[in-house]
Design a protein around this ligand. Structure first.
Ligand code: 5GP
Length: 177
């Protein structure tokens, strides 16, 4: 990325906080007596997961899975690998996947299929952001935070080359020059 690249705020931390409140309300309504297993996709979902679970005041478990598909560039490859697998058993659990961004849908589609094969009692998807313009595979998002434009998004856990994850707002990375 050129030295002239800059970040522009798309959703502020206040907008994120009220969206997390809404999502937590929806998730609490559907899961509060079900002891769900929340599966975060590393690394991008770690901030979202941390904020979301603190708004969920009922018993649940948290797991993380690490997939690789982007290979440190802004182009997706469609080549998904599991880099770090779950340690919990998925069979007969109510599983809620926590995703940072659904872009082409290839990563999420791969993971949902992978988890479905392990026979959970139920399997749903919560995505912080959705970029529908680039979708290659249909994905059902059960709980959605924000729809984003066809731009490269950083901040609130999302990176470009491992940078910008610590920005508190959801931003667009603009390339100048
Ligand atoms: P997909 O397989 O849906 O194309 O992409 C899924 C993964 O690609 C996401 O989990 C994320 O890691 C990465 N990704 C896709 N779009 C963006 C984006 O706009 N910004 C960042 N930082 N990562 C993205």
């Amino acid at each position: 990325m050129s030295a002239q690249s800059e970040v522009r705020t798309l959703y502020t931390r206040q907008e994120i906080a009220s969206t997390i409140n809404r999502l937590a309300y929806e998730i609490r309504r559907d899961y509060q007596n079900r002891h769900p297993l929340l599966v975060g996709i590393l690394k991008g979902s770690f901030v979202f997961m941390a904020d979301l679970v603190r708004m969920l005041d009922f018993p649940l478990e948290v797991e993380f899975i690490r997939l690789s598909s982007y290979h440190r560039s802004s182009q997706t490859t469609g080549n998904v690998r599991i880099v770090h697998d779950l340690s919990a058993t998925v069979k007969d659990r109510d599983v809620l996947v926590i995703e940072d961004i659904v872009d082409t849908g290839l990563t999420t589609g791969f993971l949902m299929e992978y988890l479905q094969k392990r026979k959970p009692a139920s399997l749903k998807l919560c995505a912080m952001t959705d970029k529908p313009a680039r979708r290659q595979m249909p994905i059902k998002i059960d709980y959605l935070g924000f729809t984003v434009p066809n731009k490269f998004i950083v901040g609130y856990g999302l990176d470009y080359d491992e940078k910008f994850r610590n920005l508190a707002d959801i931003c667009v990375l603009e390339v100048g020059g």
